[in-house]
Design a protein around this ligand. Structure first.
Ligand code: FE2
Length: 192
């Protein structure tokens, strides 16, 4: 027999629990700083016009050091208070960046420079019986809003799937041995 009312109740309850859990996990993995990067369009035009040889290449992606003239007032203060490596990352089309934690970077302040069909995910590893397989749980997507700044805990496992276009991301790496909670505190107290 059909009980539409009962089904609705179960659905509502489940949705509420999922939302709370999601908010809890989002706080753990990354934070929307509610701050806009001031030179989004200018930096995008700059990197698109760069000669290909200007990019430094790793096996899987390309990057440039961010010219100091593209530090906005907030980032100028961040880099003067913490040991930072501000870069722009170029992700080529159709690439998968497997689950990892960052090397040397304790956190990053990231801002996406344009709309891009891509997925940035955080999650927790699950033990697998198959040594060739990696399984993750509690996955949360970081849905970048273009020009918005986010603080990421890159010592948590994360992965990126970039689909069919070039993707340009401002990424201000905050290096070890800086401390995530002091960076978070600094960003929260920052008031201009
Ligand atoms: Fe990473």
């Amino acid at each position: 027999m059909h009980h539409p009312g009962k089904v609705e109740l179960v659905k509502a309850g489940h949705g509420f629990e999922s939302r709370s859990l999601l908010q809890l996990m989002m706080k753990k993995y990354f934070t929307d700083l509610r701050r806009t990067y001031k030179f989004t369009n200018e930096l995008l035009q700059f990197v698109k016009a760069l000669h290909p040889q200007k990019w430094k290449s790793t096996l899987s992606l390309n990057y440039i050091d961010l010219p100091k003239s593209f530090l906005d007032p907030f980032l100028i203060d961040v880099v003067s208070n913490f040991q930072c490596s501000p870069i722009v990352i170029h992700f080529p089309p159709n690439n998968w960046y497997d689950w990892h934690t960052d090397f040397k970077r304790v956190a990053t302040i990231n801002s996406l420079l344009h709309e891009a069909e891509s997925l940035t995910m955080f999650g927790e590893p699950v033990a697998s019986e198959n040594p060739n397989a990696k399984h993750m749980k509690n996955i949360v997507q970081l849905k970048y809003s273009v020009g918005e700044m986010y603080l990421l805990d890159v010592q948590q496992m994360h992965a990126v799937l970039n689909l069919n276009q070039n993707r340009y991301l401002l990424s201000v790496g905050i290096n070890m041995p800086e401390n995530l909670s002091s960076i978070m505190h600094y960003c929260e107290e920052y008031s201009t």
